[in-house]
Design a protein around this ligand. Sequence first.
Ligand SMILES: [Zn+2]
Length: 59
Amino acid sequence: MVRIRICPRCKEPNLRNAVNVSGWLAPDLYECSCGYIGRFFVEIDTEDYKLDEEELSKE
Ligand SMILES: [Zn+2]
């Protein structure tokens, strides 16, 4: 079982460590391509993520 971190806003696995204004890595902060930035992330296993994608494709 592989666990991944997804963005709590867009639910995409696009999170990466944020870099603060002085160019240093901010290990407590994550940023996402949707513009989300914060300390929170959602960690799920990849099987759950695949289930979510199937649910979305039904709509
Ligand atoms: Zn996002």
